[in-house]
Ligand binder design. Structure first.
Ligand SMILES: C[S@@+](CC[C@H](N)C(=O)[O-])C[C@H]1O[C@@H](n2cnc3c(N)ncnc32)[C@H](O)[C@@H]1O
Length: 368
């Protein structure tokens, strides 16, 4: 390339960089005038460019061009090595010199190519991290603050019961998990607050969402015992309840994870054993049934000797599974047995589905 041509190319590429910067400046002004998010992004790009520890070359040539140059340089040198080696038998000299130059050229270009690729990857990773942090801020899991040097930063919010419940809701909605979800959760909490039970027993812990929801609505000193026969769920729920018991709630509410006791095993067997554990003295003031829908009646009959008169029995999914014979039998039992003072269908929505009706059957125990 002649000197004049090289100079013209340099000027042209400088002109392009300037033009790009000018366009960015214009868009920065335009977007800040509009006051939209574009201003933040343009400012971020300018800051990134200024903070980047790139060289003059990196300012003149975009990364794709640099990678292309490095890659084609490496390929050229590799071809040079191959052709020198192929010509070796008839070579009249210069072979060692050619191999050395091409070898060094190949190593330098390959190193440059790898470095450019790594930097690009690092930039992508940093961008992905920034987006992830922004999503965490949007979800309320992180809080933003200003550091001593005046720059903006963010940190995780303290993990507490609210944090855990929001996280379980997000997973629940995403994977359609069988937790009761926020709509039924609020209904359940209003029933707990209305009746203020000292002891709630829940059949079917799963990940502990409903147990923590109940615990939030209990008054100090009251507790919820929740039973599940799947060890994986019991361990996961124990972990979430432990996490929910960490930190200090900003709103001054007490920690609620410790109000939850998780029992592993078959609910019917545990409920029968409770009679010996408490010397046959009824303790349960609220029973929430959310286990296997074919066994609701068995759970209830097993719990009855331990239920106090006036105990509130709440059975989940009685509308959505209203066609299942065992649920029909359960409803007939609580609605017709003299052991129950009343039984009402409380309409709600199926978990994660605003378009599907469901119900809690709420019954008041009148005694054996
Ligand atoms: C619908 S999930 C419970 C959801 C939970 N109440 C919530 O809202 O987060 C049903 C749970 O009942 C448990 N289960 C089923 N049969 C059981 C039994 N006989 N004894 C105890 N747990 C049982 C299952 O392992 C499952 O975790």
């Amino acid at each position: 390339m002649s000197q004049r041509c090289a100079r013209r190319c340099q000027v042209r590429s400088l002109g392009r960089v300037e033009a790009r910067r000018a366009r960015r400046r214009t868009s920065l002004v335009a977007s800040s005038e509009r006051g939209d998010d574009g201003a933040n992004q343009a400012r971020q790009e300018l800051e990134d460019e200024l903070l980047s520890d790139g060289t003059g070359v990196s300012m003149l040539f975009p990364r794709q061009v640099r990678r292309f140059l490095a890659g084609s340089g490496a390929v050229g040198c590799a071809l040079g090595i191959a052709s020198t080696a192929a010509a070796a038998p008839q070579s009249t000299g210069n072979m060692v010199e050619n191999l050395t130059i091409n070898g060094l050229g190949f190593a330098a270009c390959a190193f440059w190519f790898l470095q450019e690729s790594n930097e690009e990857r690092a930039r992508e990773v940093a961008e992905m991290r920034r987006e992830k942090i922004q999503r965490q801020i949007d979800r309320g899991e992180r809080v933003e603050f200003t550091t001593e040097t005046g720059s903006r930063a963010s940190k995780w919010k303290q993990v507490d019961d609210e944090w855990i419940l929001r996280r379980l809701e997000r997973w629940g909605k995403q994977d359609m998990l069988p937790s009761i979800g926020p709509v039924k959760g609020r209904l359940l909490q209003s029933l707990v607050r209305e009746h203020n039970p000292s002891l709630v027993v829940e059949v079917g812990t799963f990940l502990g969402y409903s147990a923590l929801t109940i615990a939030q609505a209990l008054s100090e000193g009251s507790r919820v015992v929740t039973i599940d026969n799947d060890l994986r769920f019991v361990l996961a729920a124990k972990r979430f309840c432990w996490q929910a018991n960490q930190g200090t709630r900003a709103d001054g509410q007490p920690r609620v994870g410790r109000r939850v006791s998780i029992w592993y095993g078959d609910a019917e067997a545990h409920l029968k054993e409770m009679r010996e554990r408490y010397n046959g003295v009824p303790q349960i003031e609220m029973l929430f049934i959310d286990g296997d829908i074919r066994q609701y009646e068995q759970y209830l009959v097993a719990a009855e000797p331990m239920m106090k008169r006036g105990c509130i029995v709440i059975a989940d999914n009685t509308k959505v599974f209203g066609h299942v014979p065992e649920i029909q039998s359960y409803l007939q039992y609580v609605r017709e047995s003299s052991r129950y003072a009343s039984s009402t269908e409380l309409l709600t929505k199926y978990e994660w589905r605003d378009d599907v009706d469901d119900a809690f059957e709420v019954s008041v125990f009148g005694g054996l």
